[in-house]
Design a binder for this molecule. Structure first.
Ligand SMILES: [Zn+2]
Length: 151
């Protein structure tokens, strides 16, 4: 059985696959039997190659991020960098406003040009990568996670 058939068979049993770095992530985990697990292990290299889509554009929204990583951007630690969050545009999801540093993918606390009345969500960086913070010590607008709620 080739990787293609394995993937088809597992998808047919309701399992979904995501590639996270070099690891294969399977959801929902309760459907993953020992048999499937060893099958995946045995064919891991082929499956990773199959799951990797080199031409897939980087995610720009939380939903695209979820499709690619199998978790929401906010499921990963805010204070850690994450490669998949670098390409995300500032976005309101539910009533929360999410903005990630385009340089490292950490939570971007420093923003510029934020004007929701004009539909502008601005540009955001973490303190480490905020260009104006690096130049003159402060960017002006500082926006913390705690007050990101859009009323
Ligand atoms: Zn950063």
């Amino acid at each position: 059985m080739g990787a293609n058939e394995i993937l088809k068979a597992l998808n047919g049993s309701g399992l979904n696959f995501f590639l996270v770095g070099e690891s294969i992530r399977v959801t929902p985990p309760e459907k993953l039997t020992d048999e499937f697990r060893s099958l995946i292990r045995e064919h891991k290299t082929e499956l990773v190659a199959l799951l990797r889509k080199p031409n897939a554009p980087p995610p720009t929204t939380a939903h695209k991020f979820f499709q690619m990583f199998g978790s929401w951007p906010w499921d990963f630690s805010y204070m850690e960098s994450h490669p998949g969050r670098k390409s995300l545009e500032p976005e309101v999801v539910g009533r929360m406003f999410f903005h990630w540093c385009p340089t490292c993918g950490r939570w971007a606390a420093c923003g510029d040009g934020f004007n929701p009345a004009k539909g502008k969500l601005g540009q955001w960086w973490c303190a480490r990568h905020d260009p104006s913070l690096a130049q003159n010590g402060h960017s002006g607008a500082v926006h913390h996670r705690g007050n990101s709620l859009i009323a």
